[in-house]
Design a protein around this ligand. Structure first.
Ligand code: C5P
Length: 415
């Protein structure tokens, strides 16, 4: 990132203090940083400390005649390679999505044609509010990139959920990734993204079904394929909700991640995530869960082996694929089998009401579970396509491009 110029728009939230560290770390990377602060941001940190760290003049007011003569808002945006908005509040996201330009920060954003990276931070309820969901979808369709928010404790006591500002190293990694790619003008990203304006809902990972407070039933799913699909959909311009069971993977860029443990929680999160244009059910949901989960750990008793009675879990794919107003236009399921892969997948497509089934062989010899490659047979209403052995990232991109094509054709047919 050496020699590159970042314009940092600091929004008015409690997380603004983390921008001081962000500026220091960016400068350590050899980047020059100029900062614009919203009026609210100056309530949280002072322009003086920001200026001391950037070693540049700090801009706060659109109508400062001296500033405009010295370096106007147009020049501020021209003289940057990347613009970072951090922390982006719910209000600032709304302004961005609506194209407002009533202060210096929003005016600079309207004038910029360079990549924009947004690091939101707000209360989880505000992040999950339908208005914020709409605004984020619009901004993603416009080619704006997101990092975070992360899930965890809030500054407010007893509040937790998605809404924490991404950590400084995560923001820097996202900035590096954007700057490493040849600059694509923002406006061309907007019109080209095949899934722009679409909402893709993906399930991923295993589920954990508790036996007692310390033990659970699980499976070997790594979540790699589901996470790759979420990342591919986001890269193709979709707003993406990823509902994931416990996995050891980082959150994909620009994706709303909802973490769950059990199948019942996954079904609830998926239902809450609707409506969606595409639903991709890549999670390896446990078929059964223990019928009862005692509050205390089951103790080992002499000459007594406990029996675990199981009950069936809800079938999330089948539930969402049922005809109805909230059914996604395209429902894609996965079929992981150890034998007769395609035959089972065909049956599964009909039994569960899915449009497509991506079938794959997960027998131990295939190395699919936990591995990076996948050999998929795509079963649709019109037949079976045998895809070559591809990486999980390639499978994900191919599947999401096919989904974009499907949506385009259905839209054309409906006209
Ligand atoms: O486990 P099974 O082979 O039936 O999984 C096929 C598809 O159904 C997968 O896409 C999986 O994500 C989905 N599924 C589900 N809920 C379940 C079981 C499976 O969504 N309880």
């Amino acid at each position: 990132m050496k020699q590159q110029r970042i314009l940092l728009l600091i929004g008015g939230g409690i997380a603004a203090y983390k921008c001081l560290d962000l500026i220091r770390r960016l400068r350590e990377e050899g980047v020059s940083v100029r900062a614009v602060m919203t009026r609210a941001a100056t309530q949280f940190i002072t322009p003086l400390s920001v200026g001391a760290l950037t070693n540049e003049k700090v801009f706060t007011d659109l109508f400062d005649l001296n500033d405009e003569q010295e370096i106007g808002h147009i020049r501020l945006s021209r003289e940057a390679d990347l613009l970072i908005v951090a922390p982006a509040t719910a209000d600032f996201l709304a302004k961005m999505a609506g194209g407002h330009a009533d202060d210096l920060a929003s005016t600079v954003l309207m004038a910029i044609d360079k990549p924009v990276l947004v690091a939101p931070a707000m209360n989880p309820r505000m992040w999950l509010h339908p208005a914020t969901r709409r605004n984020v979808a619009q901004l993603e369709a416009d080619g704006i990139r997101f990092v975070g928010p992360n899930t965890g404790e809030m500054a407010e006591r007893n509040e937790a959920g998605p809404g924490r500002l991404a950590e400084v190293p995560e923001i820097i990694a996202a900035a590096k990734a954007i700057l490493a790619k040849p600059a694509t003008p923002l406006r061309s990203v907007r019109s080209k993204a095949p899934l722009a304006g679409r909402h893709v809902l993906v399930t991923s990972g295993p589920t954990h079904e508790p036996i007692d407070p310390v033990r659970y039933i699980a499976n070997r799913s790594s979540g790699k394929q589901g996470h790759a699909i979420a990342a591919a959909a986001a890269a193709l311009g979709a707003r993406v909700t990823l509902v994931t069971g416990p996995v050891a993977l980082p959150d994909p860029q620009g994706v709303d991640v909802v973490r769950v443990e059990t199948a019942a929680e996954m079904l609830a999160a998926v239902t809450q995530g609707l409506p969606a244009d595409v639903g991709v059910f890549a999670a390896a949901v446990a078929d059964w869960r223990p019928a009862a989960t005692p509050k205390e750990k089951i103790k080992k008793a002499k000459d007594e082996t406990p029996a675990i009675a199981l009950v069936e879990n809800p079938d999330i794919l089948a539930a969402i694929a049922k005809p109805g107003a909230r059914r996604p236009s395209l429902v894609i399921g996965f079929a992981a089998e150890t034998r007769d892969v395609v035959a089972y997948a065909k049956k599964k497509r009909e039994a569960k009401g899915a449009d497509w089934i991506a079938a794959n062989d997960v027998s131990p010899k295939s190395g699919v579970f936990g591995g990076d490659a996948n050999t998929v047979h795509l079963v649709t209403a019109s037949g079976v396509e045998d895809w070559p052995k591809l990486t999980k990232d390639e499978v994900a991109e191919r599947l999401m491009r096919r989904a974009a094509e499907f949506l385009k054709q259905s839209a054309a047919a409906a006209e």
